[in-house]
Write a protein that binds this ligand. Structure first.
Ligand SMILES: Cc1ncc(COP(=O)(O)O)c(C=O)c1O
Length: 406
């Protein structure tokens, strides 16, 4: 059987699995394994992961223990249960002052990643254009590409506060575009969008008849500023959907729960695709999450954990020469990569990241899309806040010994 002919062209056709390029995450993983073999006693300082280091809040875990025993929670939940929907409505109101129509403007999902795979099924035909910002979460436009869309990457540049420059977009592309993917608070840059940018983007979307897809899993992780949703802005409800998730904000990555909300015509189409793709998250998980997600104090305790760590990380990185500043949101610190160390020159951020993990047991994520940057996540393993200090002292000592050149 020539099974290789069965692979669809979108994943490479008969060449699927034969690509020998090693991607950056795999390279870092291999370098981490090598560092451990070369020096089994070295504690790896892992700033490279993208998920919370803490377990979900107690109130949510305790509620799950009760909800799991209820017979009425056993079945399919399809497009979600009202207990969760009501909590999600309250979350939107409490954090952002956004009041949504429960029947038409909101629907639960099994995490943002899953919705990102479904959005193009509702909107994309072959040859359509979609915009996505880079650097960014690689999955954002992947499924649009699978369906034959032309994906236009819009750079997020430091000089533009990591906001896309709409004036750089060609009118021809804008006319063909259907989706504009953005993500604020942003992974990896830590940027937060401002009202002026949102208003310009909404105007652009209305002019060219485009749906804005605002990916917002870090929405409650903002520091020294107000919570922001694109749906706070006038007319956003006509042309934007926002994707929220319990993964990062409430330490629930593995639970797979979130929701999408916004323009009713888009919510309707996405709910329709979702209904034909999955049968909803386990009702007990929805019921448990509902106990915590609208609680602003709980969310603040979680974001304070990252804030403290990020502030200390900024100090450590600055002291060895990085140009580090507190991010406005997310749990990532995004800094220009060093140019070298001692007599070694780094070609790019990937070189710098490999050097740090192989020689000093410091794991980061390199980004080379627009300039060379390293992402340090405030999600490293430690026992408690005291232990955070020990880990960050180790980071400081090791970076000092690395003699980095900027
Ligand atoms: C920007 C961004 N969007 C979406 C996700 C995935 O969210 P979820 O766990 O809800 O699928 C992540 C996870 O890293 C992310 O960084």
């Amino acid at each position: 059987m020539e099974y290789e002919n069965l692979y669809a062209n979108r994943i490479g056709g008969s060449n699927f699995g034969k690509d020998t390029t090693i991607y950056k995450f795999e390279k870092i993983k291999r370098a981490k394994a090598k560092a451990k073999i070369n020096n089994p006693d070295l504690e790896i300082l892992d700033f490279g992961v993208g998920e919370p280091d803490k377990i979900a809040p107690k109130i949510i875990r305790d509620s799950l223990k009760i909800a799991v025993d209820k017979s009425e929670n056993r079945g399919y939940s399809d497009n979600g249960i009202s207990v969760f929907k009501n909590a999600a409505l309250k979350y939107m109101d409490n954090f952002f002052g956004v009041k949504l129509n429960a029947d038409t403007e909101i629907n639960h999902n099994i995490g943002i990643k899953s919705s990102l795979s479904m959005i193009p099924l509702a909107f994309i035909n072959e040859g359509d254009v979609v915009f996505q910002t880079v650097p960014g979460y690689p999955v954002m436009a992947t499924h649009s590409k699978y369906l034959g869309a032309e994906v236009i990457n819009i750079p997020l540049l430091e000089e533009n506060n990591f906001l896309p420059d709409l004036s750089s977009i060609s009118i021809d592309h804008a006319k063909k575009a259907k989706l504009f993917y953005i993500n604020y608070p942003n992974n990896p840059t830590g940027a937060v969008a401002n009202d002026k940018f949102y208003d310009e983007l909404i105007e652009f979307a209305l002019k060219y008849n485009i749906l804005i897809v605002q990916d917002a899993p870090y929405a409650t992780l903002v520091f020294n500023q107000d919570y922001k949703s694109i749906l706070q802005r006038p007319n956003a409800i006509k042309c934007a959907i926002e994707l929220h998730s319990m993964s990062k904000s409430f330490n629930m990555t593995g639970w797979r729960l979130g929701f999408f909300c916004g323009a009713p015509w888009a919510v309707k189409a996405l709910a329709y695709i979702k209904d034909n793709s999955d049968s909803g998250q386990f009702k007990a998980i929805q019921e448990a999450a509902a106990k915590g997600i609208a609680d602003m104090q709980l969310a603040k305790e979680i974001s304070d954990h990252y804030k403290k760590r990020l502030e200390s990380m900024v100090n450590v990185l600055k002291s060895v020469g990085f140009n580090a500043n507190m991010p406005k949101g997310s749990f990532y610190l995004y800094v220009k990569a060093p140019k070298g160390a001692d007599n070694i020159i780094f070609k790019n951020a990937e070189d710098a990241a490999l050097f740090l993990i192989e020689n000093f047991g410091i794991s980061t994520v390199p980004w080379d899309d627009n300039g060379a940057f390293l992402r340090f996540g405030a999600v490293f393993e430690s026992k408690d806040h005291e232990d955070d200090k020990r880990v960050l002292n180790l980071l400081s000592e090791r970076l000092d010994n690395a003699n980095l050149i900027f």
